[in-house]
Design a protein around this ligand. Sequence first.
Ligand code: KE4
Length: 427
Amino acid sequence: MSESESLWERSCRVIPGGVNSPVRAWKAVGGEPRFLARGSGSRVIDEEGREYIDYVASWGPLILGHAHPAVVEAVEEAARKGTTFGAPTRKEAELAERIVAAVPSVDSVRLVSSGTEATMSALRLARGATGRDRVIKFDGCYHGHGDSFLVAAGSGALTLGVPDSPGVPGPLAELTLVAPYNDLGAVESFFAEYPQEIAAVIVEPVAGNMGCVPPAEGFLEGLRALTSRYGSVLIFDEVITGFRLQMGGAQERYGVYPDLTTMGKVLGGGLPLGAYGGTTNLMSQLAPEGPVYQAGTLSGNPLAVAAGLATLKELEARDPYEEISSKTARLVDGWLQAAHAAQIPATANRVGSLFTLFFHDAPITCLAEAQVAVSDRFVDWFQGMLESGVWLAPSGFECGFVGTAHSEEDIDRSVEIAHRLLGNLGG
Ligand code: KE4
């Protein structure tokens, strides 16, 4: 029995499904998940000592790769001074200042411990500020596992076929209105039906949980106009795109500015950190200044803040966005060429260093199209790449990520492997 197999047996005895987050169980791709022992740069190494080029990057946070020296040193130094105080600290103020300086629409920001906390809190703030209850989200978008968002949710919920989770009270779920991504008309209809009842529209400005799906021309601008017209809060969920696409995230890239922004992943440099921020008018309604309550024992935790600060400082110093975007383009174009050379239908969506390859011969612009595209061939691709030393997300509804640690040789090797694998899989 391999190390992973015995660890899997042990985990399944004491952890539901053997994992602490469902998508890690590899249900969509079959077989038992491999346990990872460590990571370094662009590589992860499993418990059997096998090494892989990693394009999961822990679902996005590791834009600098695994165990980046600056991040590790910052966390070590912080830990030696104490791991948590439950009191304000200098570095929380510094990180908040850097977020406010980097993200165009954020005047003030609250640090929390996960993306889920960030989106839950942002929605509560929008509801508290407007006195309204309904929220519009988009089919296939995932905003963490807060009750209001587990309606037509993407990511692991979609992968496991539970986009509408049991346990969410009916009356609450009914307050969540779901529109197809990129469908402004559907949003307009909801506002026409409930002109005074919609507290917020929450959107991934580049969707990353039905695979990567970019906003259609005018989609984000249209959401901005509609929410302004009807007095609703526009929330950009930038947990994936924040600091990933560029320092100012998708809102800077597309020039559309929300009222609230949620962040996480890259911001925490691989440690548990989320954040939500926006206009002073909205954020000042949060306790203790205002009546909308949100709290957290480890909010703004010194270790997570140290990792986040080290990451942002490295990103500001290196400005790697051009570099990682062109590496991603080379990787995705190489994989597409490999598929087409093997007469396998394939298309890809890519924004900066965020990408998804679909084995499908038509553009993917919304969940319905992504669902058609994700097929058994994805399973062959995932398993074949795994055996060849490439670590991909175990679901066709996730994104891949390229970071500063991926070398040109990594890209070349990943493309070579794809040519060999897809050549064998054949058209
Ligand atoms: P967390 O609570 O997982 O930190 O963040 C929730 C979240 C919020 N918003 C967006 C756009 C997100 O993508 C996420 C979480 N992303 C998934 C992967 N696509 C997390 C992976 C997992 O659930 O294990």
